[in-house]
Design a binder for this molecule. Structure first.
Ligand code: GLN
Ligand code: ZN
Length: 783
């Protein structure tokens, strides 16, 4: 049965603009080169353009409220008037100034941002305030500013911004759907800043404010309000689940038409709840949870709107529209009420457009879709469901999908064969850790508490200029090589002078730890302009893994061998692990993530073996992103961790016992996955710990409480924070190592910074590392 009209809409649209206009406007404003009014003009122009684009794409509503000058959760904090009291705002400051103060921290000699938010430079207590903490939005690489809650938190409508935007869209003649983060997700995403306080207790005072916001949105002309409650896809405590019904009954009094939006993971035990809340419609993510569509049509009352997120908002592949229609048709037949089509989630997580990527092979380009192209896909699906002729667009989609299914660029027999032939031994070192430890000791002859760094040294403007010139072709290979070798020599001489025990080459030749490898591996493609917002004005351009991954040639061996030739001390080979490469790329959707991870693992394993063969005794395989790959639902953790740790072990297990494998992790607490980290069986792990004053290390020593764990191998807990230019004293680092020694036996401890030093300057790096080496020496003398 053809429907007369199937409305289409989007949950959100990328904010930055086709050419990252917002980024440049923000950075100009932050530098003091443009006024707030000039910035606001750029914002208004982008919104107007993006709304017009949505209308021209045939969307039934434009989405208003997805725009933000930093992050939409930060907007929400201002809308609800709950800016943390610690900023001491008088209320007289302009709204945008307060907003950037929360996002970026306040004046204290150096900028505070997410990566030094709890910098202990001492300024916070005097003139400055650190920014709000920033954390990943669910399992995306988008970061939001974390609301701070305490018993003193109060809510009231404190910003006109959202209502103004709705009015602007109405004035431009658009039908408007406003978007608002739902009250329960908003509270869930925040953090208690008071011991013993439960942020859910704020719900009662929050709801009346939501009621007024909804009423005002209606008055301002919003036909619909999309209210986002993505936490319905999480394992929620009962108190939170049970809070939904009364909360939404209260919001229903506002009279606004609500579309409850869920995304990113299956609703499972919350499916009935989501279907039965007193709202006018429900959006579900049919890409992440296609199996739930039938259940939703069973439970959703017949009069409600069902919005099906059918186009993948998290990945850059062109949709298989035949498959999408096959999935939609039974839903269209069964659901009596209105059916809407949308991307699975906001399009914030994909590039603006990939239509101009003319440097990509045309075949590969034909497989991709950015936000603009995804809107066009919705239009085609709409036409097909409404019984209009969509055959040309459907045929183009069919041809692209067929080419991707069969292309030799994608499928390589040699790669498939290699994975098929892998045996259970391939992901296991030949001997147990204690045995390896003994032969490594013999070979490396390191002192107690060996000192090392995590890999990168300061990336000076000369280094960046040389890399850029080489890429552009204005610096030839010989000169580039000579300049990089000079940088390596400098790094080696510095490390020797500082007295470090295990050296690194400094990573001058790498602009990014994933891109560097992706560019040399088969199966990866790179866009010219495929930017995605990560936080604030910062955008990333993730590599695209489109095909079977293989390593045509060695990637790091020459640089590493050169570096080792300069010194008698051990030089670490430096690689990025398979899970991190996977996690920070757009990944194939035509095979399981685990298969792609294993293909990368075998390619990196070849590099590990080549490094060993070239005489390198220590090889570090960084996996900073292993924790962020955890699925949103607990039930998915074990299967993920099984394949992720197996992929890591596969890269690490091709070497002899006397080759020492290191890994490195940062950006997260790891205590809840310690047994799995131990199962990676690296000989040495270096972890970020200094900012927690070694608290994070407790779990590693079996002292983290009842079910804590005794980590068996060597550990290098970071003894200084590399996110701040502050130089830690010898004494401070001695104290931290002492604290670490309470948890981990000295014989298994290393001394190193929290992470790589590429964002630091040389002067502070030298002083800090000098102090670090002195700290280790002092401790050795005391023993
Ligand atoms: N080896 C990398 C570096 O030092 C590790 C970076 C990271 O962990 N994020 O820069
Ligand atoms: Zn790190």
């Amino acid at each position: 049965m053809a429907r007369s009209h199937t409305p289409i809409h989007t949950l959100g649209f990328p904010r930055m603009g086709a050419n990252r206009e917002l980024k440049f406007a923000l950075e100009s404003h932050w530098r003091g080169d443009s006024t707030a009014a000039e910035l606001e003009a750029v914002g208004a122009d982008l919104r107007a353009r993006h709304w017009a684009l949505q209308r021209d794409a045939g969307l039934d509503f434009v989405t208003v409220g997805d725009f933000a000058y930093y992050d939409h959760v930060a907007n929400h904090i201002q809308l609800l008037g709950c800016e943390p009291a610690r900023f001491g705002f008088s209320g007289q400051e302009p709204e945008l100034a307060r907003y950037f103060a929360m996002a970026r921290g306040v004046n204290a000699g150096h900028e505070h941002n997410a990566h030094n938010a709890d910098c202990s430079c001492g300024s916070a207590s005097t003139q400055g305030q650190p920014a709000l903490e920033m954390t990943k939005w669910f399992d995306t690489n988008y970061h939001y500013l974390v609301p701070e809650f305490s018993a003193a938190t109060q809510f009231q409508i404190a910003s006109e911004r959202l209502f103004d935007e709705v009015r602007q869209a109405k004035q431009a003649g658009h039908a408007v759907k406003a978007v608002l983060l739902g009250p329960l997700s908003f509270l869930w995403l925040g953090k208690e800043k008071q011991a013993g306080f439960d942020r859910l207790s704020l719900l009662d005072s929050l709801l009346p404010v939501y009621e007024s916001i909804l009423a005002r949105l209606k008055t301002a002309g919003a036909d619909w309000v999309q209210i986002d409650e993505p936490i319905l896809g999480l394992d929620l405590p009962d108190a939170w689940r049970h809070a939904f019904e009364p909360a939404y009954w209260q919001l229903a009094r506002s009279g606004a038409q609500l579309l409850l939006a869920t995304y990113f993971s299956p609703l499972q035990e919350n499916l009935r709840l989501a279907c039965q809340l007193p709202v006018a419609g429900l959006h579900v993510d049919a890409v992440r949870a296609p199996e739930e569509l039938v259940g939703v049509t069973d439970w959703l009352p017949a009069h409600k709107v069902l919005s099906v997120g059918i186009v993948d908002g998290r990945n850059i592949w062109r949709s298989d529209l035949d498959a999408a229609l096959a999935r939609l048709r039974p839903v269209a037949d069964k659901h009596q009420g209105p059916l809407w089509l949308a991307p699975s989630c906001s399009l914030l997580h994909v590039p603006y457009s990939l239509a101009q990527e003319d440097r990509l092979a045309p075949e590969i380009k034909s497989w991709l879709a950015g936000a603009v192209e995804k809107l066009a896909e919705l239009r085609t699906l709409q036409a097909a469901l409404d019984g209009q002729n969509a055959s040309v667009a459907l045929a183009a989609s069919r041809a692209a999908c067929a080419s991707r299914r069969t292309s030799p660029r994608v499928h390589r027999a040699d790669v498939a064969l290699r994975l098929a032939r892998a045996t259970a031994d391939d992901d296991r070192r030949s001997s147990a850790f204690t045995q390896r430890q003994a032969v490594q000791k013999d070979r490396l002859k390191l002192p107690l508490l060996p000192t090392t760094t995590i890999g990168s040294f300061p990336q000076t403007s000369e280094i960046r200029a040389a890399r850029a010139a080489f890429k552009r072709g204005t610096l030839d290979a010989a000169h580039y090589r000579a300049q990089m070798e000079a940088e390596i020599t400098l790094a080696v001489r510095q490390q020797e002078a500082l007295g470090l025990d295990v050296l690194v080459h400094g990573e001058a030749e790498r602009n990014d730890m994933v891109e560097y490898f992706g560019e040399q591996l088969d199966g990866f493609a790179f866009t010219a302009n495929g930017w995605v917002q990560s936080y604030g004005s910062r955008c990333v351009k993730p590599p695209i893994i489109f095909g079977d991954v293989a390593r045509p040639a060695a990637m790091t061996v020459d640089w590493t061998v050169y570096a080792q030739s300069l010194t008698a001390r051990p030089m670490k080979g430096m690689l990025t692990g398979p899970v991190t490469i996977l996690q920070w790329s757009f990944v194939r959707d035509d095979q399981p993530r685990s298969t792609t991870a294993h293909q990368i693992a075998w390619a990196i394993r070849d590099e590990v073996v080549d490094l060993e063969r070239a005489g390198i005794a220590i090889i570090q395989i960084d996996e900073p992103a292993i924790r962020e790959g955890l699925p949103l639902r607990r039930a998915g953790w074990k299967p993920y961790l099984d394949w992720a740790t197996r992929a890591f072990r596969t890269t690490a297990s091709g070497v002899r016992d006397d080759t020492q494998i290191h890994t490195h992790m940062c950006y997260a607490e790891f205590n809840d996955i310690l047994p799995e980290i131990a199962a990676m069986d690296a000989d040495v792990i270096t972890v970020e710990t200094s900012r927690s004053g070694m608290e994070l290390l407790k779990g590693f020593g079996g002292q983290g409480g009842a079910d804590s764990f005794n980590y068996p191998n060597d550990i290098g807990p970071g003894v200084y924070d590399i996110h701040s230019p502050r130089v830690p004293s010898v004494e401070a680092m001695v104290q931290l190592v002492r604290k670490a020694a309470d948890v981990v036996p000295l014989e298994r401890l290393w001394v190193n910074p929290d992470c790589g030093l590429k964002t630091r300057g040389w002067a502070e790096t030298q002083t800090a590392l000098g102090n670090m080496v002195q700290a280790a020496q002092q401790l050795r003398r005391e023993l």
